[in-house]
Design a protein around this ligand. Sequence first.
Ligand code: BV8
Ligand code: ZN
Length: 237
Amino acid sequence: MQLSIAPHDRVFVLTGAGISAESGLPTFRAEDGLWAGHRVEDVCTPEAWDRNPAQVWEFYSMRRQAAQRAQPNPAHFALAALEARLGERLLVCTQNVDDLHERAGSTRLLHMHGELAKSRCERECGRPPVEDRRLYASLDQVPFCVCGGRLRPHIVFFGETPLEMERIQRELAAATCMLVVGTSGSVYPAANFVHWARRSGARTIYVGPEAPLNAEAFSQVIEGRAGEILPDLFGQG
Ligand code: BV8
Ligand code: ZN
């Protein structure tokens, strides 16, 4: 079946770890997922950073290495092709921190939970995040900011505010169609976006192999793997 997109439609896409699953990157909540091997509290909170920055860098260096070795899959390419067709009427908001959307050609894209390929000062010194793809085997390899703060992953930890929330709220309010791909709907505020979209009258469609926790908010749930569903959904099959 094909997603009908009219000339006046504005499409907001939210993606999660599931869209990178067919690229070989583990999701969070699968039994062999990321949280199976690590406790969130030990690697993805400000307290974890303060208590044991070496462990946080070990986790995110491993994630960087896996993302660098992975390749975009047909789902990423389908979204990039959709952008070529819709232009500024499409925005992809990803919860993912890998760069597979960019490497597939998406440019109208924002990373609400940060990016593996960047690091930033651990202090609020005002200096912007820097491109950084290094793998840190030990803490003494991690550089410092000119202000003296240590570099940390440019990742939104639990308890920290997601990035670009004003832009997200503006784009969701203007959207006539919201497509959510490969996310369990277990983390907020991302899991609320579908409710915000419904309130402004948008169609809401979910694509994934299992129903998300917020399934009742979707006008349509299409069961299947993103790499198989999206090309046909966008009429690119
Ligand atoms: C905030 C870091 C305040 C980078 C991440 C109690 C109640 C409500 C909320 C809270 C609460 N206690 C605490 C909170 C807030 C907390 C939260 O939501 N906790 C949860 C656990 C309850 N949230 C926060 O702290 C956030 N900040 O709230 O600040 C605020 C609020 C509003 C406005 C301003 C300020 C910050 C959260 C960010 C945490 N960082 N990532 C990294 O390490 O990657 S979260 C991380 O997990 C991801 O980024 C993603 O967002 C999230 C969920 O992961 P998913 O992408 O959904 O992956 P998952 O494994 O869960 O699911 C995979 C899905 O893919 C499955 O559905 C599967 O079926 C599907 N799939 C599998 N294969 C395929 C597929 N789909 C398609 N194709 C396939 N082939
Ligand atoms: Zn600094």
